[in-house]
Design a protein around this ligand. Sequence first.
Ligand code: 173
Length: 322
Amino acid sequence: MRTFARFIAATAAVLALPLVAGAQEVTLRVVSAFPESSIYVKRLETWIAKLNEEGRGTLRLNFIGGPKAVPTFEVGNAVRTGVVDVAMSTGAFYTNVFPESDALKLTQMPIAEQRKSGAYDYINRLWNQKGNMQYLARIVEHQSFHVYLNKKIDKPDLTGLKIRVTPVYRDFFTALGATVMQTAPGEVYTALERGVVDGYGWPIGGIFDLNWQERTKFRVDPGFYDAEVSLLVNLDTWRRLAPAPREFLTRQALAWEGQNEFWKAHAQEEIKRQAQAGIQVIRFEGAAAKQYVDRAYETGWAGIIKASPEHGPKMRELLSRH
Ligand code: 173
């Protein structure tokens, strides 16, 4: 009996250990909604390696993998329910959790400014309430989106073209006359190869990561919006974290977010690389260019406001250049 009591006491102590501050290293499970060959995941892995090195005894991130572990459009729900603790994703991939997520593509000021203006706090409260997520850091910005095509156009009109989309581009490309088809990034190459689509939406950087340059003839300029990729943490996990690992994770995430100037240079390199790969630029100039970009924001915000009459207008006010 005494042995049994001791066994119970010992078991309880072991189970209680992670709750005791500083008692044990905490391990969190991380997934990516982007494929493992993408530059976003390369940077994620570099960040995790450094974090694990510096976080010995405090926090460890265990990278489970990309869409083979959790499919792209399921990652948001996996974070919401706590199936995973941390995810790298973009709002367009979890509109099935709450539709406001897709508004982050429409931000017209850097994340550093959003943190100062109160926009970040508004976003994070919404992500807490509607997604059961902590919006930890935005680790991609300064990357405009573009339409890439295999058929030539000479004005902003996609009538008769089938274009691969995510929610990012749906309203804009539809307004331009396109027939749209949604796929995860991992299915773009096959869709191009089989001629199922005549083009696709993607940021200025990253088309080489899955060899799409082999199946791309044109890029349309100018770009529009600003690609957003962020780190999300399940809110229960976040609240359960002891102060030391939570502060450590916050600091590491902010340090990564602070490196977003990288994306400006990367955009320039990718433009050169696309030209070298033979991708031609279809460029709208002057008033046509302005009209094109204005149309992108108008249709983008109209979509967000329609889906969220409650938060859409406030988000537009907080996230637009005035
Ligand atoms: O898959 C996509 O085209 C998409 O929505 C996206 C969003 C952010 C970065 C890269 C792609």
